[in-house]
Write a protein that binds this ligand. Structure first.
Ligand code: PMP
Length: 401
């Protein structure tokens, strides 16, 4: 018998299973609304023109080579990424008390944070919103945390249950971390208002919660990198010591290059250096040092004003197309008299809509209409386009009627 005979088959990972089933589905009208990946109106992935430009430059640059990067990654990338989220004038940036650790995507940045907080800082609990991105719980559980949930989503009002959230956070035991979605909350598409962020920060301060911002969609809410950085900049200006797990998967369309950064904000530059040195030791035994290609593309763009400007236009293009799809879906559902109120489709922001379809209805969308979406009712707005909108709206109408 195999030494592995006691190993049980693990459950499938929902979103990757959906993508595989979608790819294998021969139905001519199939639609993929499951994975959070941008698509153009032609339904195809979009390689940003600025990425193509830099890749072409890199291909012909004879000075580049394939030597190892430093353990903490490409210096220009890390500095550029921290400045992009906090802003050049942020006090922590100016006072040289911010460090960046290049990681394998936003997921890798969360992993670097989780390992450091558990192993070096002995934090024990992590708070996540109900609902949240499904990987938060597994990642932190495997890193040795006990996971606790705080209320977040009020399904009746389709808005943030701030009172519930604050109440839950106020009961947090010492040594607790809280993961906050910096912008474009996944899956609800609903963020706290600035006034609400202030109250959340008050409780984090009062309860000494360690704040880990998860920022996977900077640019996707407003189309503007600075506006979408508001919550992170606010926490920094208030003097918090906190981390930001940044992903460049969505806003650069570099999904499979695994480009992320953990931005570490400390009270003084001495602490920053010590934290960074310990994170380097942690990284050394996980992936030793990160990959180059995607980070070099991002670093090149962030450090070159004309390329940066071009990239910002592309972000607007993506955000605006998603906004347009929101309006169109909303209109179509109303036009066909789909029962219920669909205003949340246009109120929600970022890449996703939390449609309010229940598990059964969401499964019907897949089984009867070949429209792939998560059981939670989450759809990726980027999967919609002018060719499939009618079909999707009619399907929603059928499953809710
Ligand atoms: N956090 C959230 C909330 C996300 O939605 C995602 C991507 N789906 C990530 C982190 C991780 O992004 P990456 O693909 O860069 O690892």
């Amino acid at each position: 018998a195999s030494v592995f005979s006691d190993i049980e088959m693990g459950p499938p990972i929902e979103v990757f299973k959906m993508v595989a089933e979608f790819n294998a589905d021969p139905h001519p009208e199939k639609v993929n609304l499951s994975v959070g990946a941008y698509r153009g109106n032609d339904g195809k992935p979009w390689v940003l023109p600025v990425v193509r430009t830099v890749e072409a430059q890199m291909a012909s640059d004879q000075t580049l080579n394939h030597e190892y990067l430093p353990v903490a990654g490409l210096p220009d990338f890390r500095t550029g990424a921290c400045k992009m989220i906090l802003g050049e004038e942020d006090p922590a940036i100016v006072q040289n008390r911010v460090a960046g650790v290049q990681a394998l995507g936003g997921t890798g940045a969360l992993k670097v944070a989780a390992d450091f907080l558990r192993q070096n800082m002995k934090y024990e609990y992590v708070y996540v919103s109900t609902p949240t991105w499904e990987n938060h719980k597994s990642l932190f559980t495997k890193a040795g945390f006990k996971v606790k949930e705080h209320r977040y989503w009020n399904a009746k009002t389709c808005s943030v249950d701030l009172e519930g959230m604050l109440e839950d956070l106020r009961t947090a035991p010492p040594k607790s971390v809280v993961i906050l979605h910096a912008v474009a909350h996944n899956p609800t598409g609903t963020d706290p208002t600035q006034e609400q962020w202030k109250q959340i920060a008050d409780v984090c301060e009062e309860k000494k919660l360690f704040v880990l911002m998860d920022c996977a969609y900077q640019g996707y809410t407003s189309g503007d990198l600075d506006k979408d950085a508001w919550s992170c900049r606010y926490f920094s200006q208030r003097g918090f010591e906190f981390f930001i797990a940044q992903s460049f998967s969505k806003n650069f369309g570099l999904y499979n290059e695994r480009v992320g950064n953990l931005c570490v904000v400390c009270k003084d530059s001495d602490s920053k250096s010590k934290v960074l040195s310990q994170m380097e030791l942690n990284v050394r035994v996980v992936w030793s040092n990160p990959s180059n290609h995607g980070a070099r593309i991002v670093a090149t763009v962030l450090n070159n004003p004309p390329l940066y400007a071009e990239w910002r236009e592309s972000i607007k293009t993506m955000a605006n197309r998603i906004l347009f799809m929101r309006e169109q879906l909303h209109q179509k559902l109303k036009a066909i008299g789909c029962p219920g109120n669909w205003d949340h489709i246009v109120q929600q922001q970022g890449m996703f809509s939390y449609t309010g379809l229940n598990e059964h209805q969401s499964e019907q969308m897949v089984k009867r209409f070949h429209i792939y979406m998560l059981k939670s009712g989450r759809i990726s707005m980027a999967g919609l386009n002018s060719q499939n909108l009618d079909y999707v709206a009619k399907a929603i109408n059928t499953v809710v009627t």
